[in-house]
Structure formats: structure tokens, C-alpha cells
Design a protein around this ligand. Structure first.
Ligand code: V47
Ligand code: SF4
Length: 373
């Protein structure tokens, strides 16, 4: 790995961690907290970037995808969520299967390789709705990878039908499910969950759903919602629990930190500020350093804006997510990034940062790689 000179760091506390990183040694809980507390953002970023370069060189991945949020009606009513509505609320919606399929088909004609489908826990939607949705999508958009249902939705279906996680996942997979997205993880610490999402699937159960998916050969993603009521120690704990599961299964594809957006949520008056660019970059960089067994760290440009996502490519990030097309969850909470980025714009952002854009599918198979400039 690239030699990082001791005098590079403004924070001498980073020297010991730099030595571990250079030797390929695993960082521990105390290292994670120290990295988060270090005022030396450029130092932390430089370390994360060295790891990123060792794993990926100049390549930065993106995916041509479409998000579909089929319903916003949800029985959980998490305090951080501005997207969900109670059943009966006039602002609630539920897409028919025809509407879901029409959206996927429209984007398929424009060349997507992935549909990403997540929604609320609708009290009247059962497993059958999802099985039909998957089967219809399989037929309507052949070749497109279906990444759908967070662990929270899977757990809800298991509980509702009295089935095991394996049984639900097996049925979903047989109907066409290819991979699970990483949502619903929030922060695993029970203290935080009690404050921000008391009705939600526990951290343990979220991990159990992903472990079950991995056992069945389904690949999945992982997220962490940060910038609300969690402590830095709780962020590190969250990351290390993901790392532990990844050690056991190897089934996670990528990690995506999600910056909390506060507008129109019940946390708006308690959490007074949006995350800063400093915190966003630091969180991505620390994730890159702690999650040594994750291949990919993704900056979801919807959350932090395309410009900061571009800068994050020098702070450990090697994935830009995708074209997205229609995003409702973060926009309901005040996100001001656009809802879609054309593939050419994604390429331009990556190239302008001196990197090589690589179009991938959900499973990181390379679909198109640009030539080095
Ligand atoms: O689970 C909800 C989060 C998630 C807010 O796997 C919020 O590739 C910020 O998981 N402010 C859904 N975040 C989105 C998600 C995702 C996105 C992109 C890629 C992938 C992937 C996964 O959004 C939810 C929740 O954690 N969320 N409300 C909010 N106010
Ligand atoms: Fe429902 Fe998900 Fe929103 Fe929580 S974050 S209220 S589970 S849609």
C-alpha cells in the first residue's frame, strides 16, 4: 500500500491507526471511535482512500437502475420517516401491480439493469401481492435484476403468515427476487431504536434476515441511518456488527451510509440540523476503514448530493449508486438533490474526479467499462 508519511497527519492520534492500515491489520472499536473523534478529516480520508485504491484502483462503479416505492402506507410510523402515512390518510397511496410493472417497463426500455423496490408495511398487503409482483416483473422486464424488500418487510411478511424467514425468502426467490436492498438497518443499538423506530424489527432480527438470505445464496446490502440521536460509539457498534456477520457469511455486497433528513419528520424539532459535509465524508471514510471485509462503499448521491458524492470518491468511496429515476423517501424529508441522474452525468462526475466509470449490475458484474482517459 502507498506509504503515508507521518507528517501528513495533523492528528498524531492517527499514526497508530495508519500503521495498522498499512499492515492490513483489522481496526477495533477504540480505533473506530478515535477515527470519528479525530478532527483530521483529510487524514482519515487519506487512509480510507488508500484502502479504496488498494481494492479498486481507479474504478468507480455505478448502476443504471430505477427505484419504485410501491406504497407509503406503513404500520410502523418511525419517528424519522416523512414518507410513511397511516392507513386511511388521504396522502397514502398503494400502486397496483400494473402501475409497478409499467414503471419498470418504461425504464427497461431505457436500459436499466436493476429495479429497486421498497415500501411501507401495508396492513393489507400479503405475501401473495409480492409473489405476484415479482412474477410479473420477471416476465415484463426479463434480464433486469430485482432488488426488493428490506429485511423489515421480509420480517413483517414472515410474522404475518407465521412462516420462518427462510420460508418467506425461499418463496420470494422462487418468484423472482434476486437480492435484498440494505434499508431498515437504521442504528442497531436498542437505545436508539426505542427512540426513533420503536415498532421496527430489532437490530438482531434485521441481521437474522440478512443471515438467512445469505444462507440461501441471496446477496444483500447494508445501510446505517446516521445524524439523528445516535452516539459515535453506537455508529461504531453498528459497523462492527455488520462486519461480524460479513465474516460469517460473506453475503453483503456493499455498505451505504444514509444521512438523516429531518424535514416533516417527528424528529424535526429534536434534531435541529442536517448532517454536515464533514460528517458525511467522515462517516463514509470510517466505514471504509472499519468494514475491511466489504468490497464496496457506496455514496448514495440522493442523500448527500452529487457534488459531495463526487468528493467522497477521495474518501474511500468506490460506488456512486445509480440513475434512480424516482425517489420518494428522502425527498419527503426535504432532500434537495434531484430525483434522477442520467447515466451520462454519472459518468461525467466520475471522470471529472479522475476515475474510470464502470457500469455494473446489482451483483457488481461489469456491464460497460470506459477507457482510461
Ligand atoms: O430504510 C427513511 C431510510 C431507507 C429517512 O441497498 C431515511 O442499495 C434519511 O435503504 N432521512 C430506504 N433516510 C433507502 C435505502 C437504500 C437507498 C439506496 C440504496 C440502497 C441499497 C438502499 O431510507 C430506509 C431508512 O433507513 N430513511 N427516512 C430520512 N428521513
Ligand atoms: Fe415504515 Fe420504513 Fe418509514 Fe419506518 S422507515 S415508517 S418502516 S416506511
Amino acid at each position: 500500500m502507498e506509504e503515508i508519511h507521518a507528517d501528513f497527519f495533523e492528528d498524531p492520534g492517527l499514526h497508530e491507526i495508519a500503521a495498522k492500515v498499512a499492515a492490513g491489520e483489522r481496526l477495533d472499536f477504540a480505533d473506530g471511535v478515535r477515527l470519528f473523534r479525530s478532527p483530521d478529516l483529510l487524514g482519515v480520508g487519506r487512509l480510507a482512500d488508500a484502502v479504496r485504491r488498494r481494492k479498486h484502483g481507479d474504478r468507480v462503479y455505478f448502476v443504471v437502475n430505477r427505484h419504485i416505492n410501491h406504497t407509503n402506507i406503513c404500520v410502523n410510523g418511525c419517528a424519522f420517516c416523512a414518507f410513511s402515512k397511516e392507513d386511511g390518510d388521504p396522502a397514502g397511496y398503494l400502486m397496483s401491480l400494473d402501475e409497478v410493472v409499467a414503471r419498470a417497463r418504461e425504464s427497461w426500455r431505457q436500459g436499466i439493469s436493476e429495479v429497486h423496490i421498497v415500501g411501507g408495511l401495508h396492513p393489507r398487503l400479503d405475501l401473495d401481492y409480492y409473489l405476484k409482483m415479482l412474477a410479473r416483473l420477471r416476465e415484463a422486464v426479463p434480464g433486469v435484476i430485482i432488488q426488493a424488500l428490506t429485511a423489515v418487510e421480509v420480517d413483517y411478511l414472515a410474522e404475518r403468515h407465521g412462516l420462518s424467514l427462510e420460508e418467506v425468502l425461499t418463496e420470494l426467490r422462487a418468484a423472482g427476487l434476486d437480492a435484498l436492498p440494505g434499508g431498515g438497518a437504521e442504528v442497531f443499538a436498542p437505545r436508539v431504536r426505542e427512540l426513533i423506530c420503536p415498532k421496527k424489527t430489532s437490530g438482531e432480527r434485521w441481521l437474522a434476515v440478512h443471515a438467512a438470505a445469505h444462507r440461501l445464496g441471496l446477496r444483500t446490502n447494508a445501510t446505517m441511518l446516521y445524524g439523528h440521536l445516535e452516539t459515535l460509539e453506537e455508529r461504531v457498534d453498528h459497523l462492527l456488527r455488520l462486519r461480524e456477520l460479513q465474516d460469517r457469511t460473506g453475503g453483503f455486497l456493499t455498505f451505504i451510509p444514509l444521512a438523516f433528513h429531518r424535514r416533516h419528520t417527528r424528529l424535526e424539532s429534536t434534531v435541529r440540523y442536517q448532517t454536515t459535509g464533514y460528517d458525511d465524508l467522515k462517516t463514509l471514510a470510517v466505514a471504509r476503514l472499519l468494514l475491511d471485509n466489504f468490497d464496496h462503499i457506496k455514496a448514495y448521491w440522493i442523500m448527500i448530493g452529487p457534488k459531495l458524492a463526487q468528493i467522497s470518491l477521495s474518501f474511500g468511496v468506490n460506488d456512486f449508486d445509480g440513475t434512480v429515476v424516482e425517489e420518494r423517501i428522502t425527498h419527503a424529508a426535504g432532500a434537495d438533490a434531484g430525483k434522477a441522474l442520467p447515466c451520462e452525468e454519472l459518468r461525467r462526475l466520475i471522470r471529472d474526479a479522475g476515475r474510470v466509470p464502470v457500469e455494473r449490475d446489482t451483483l457488481y458484474n461489469v456491464l460497460k467499462e470506459d477507457f482510461r482517459q
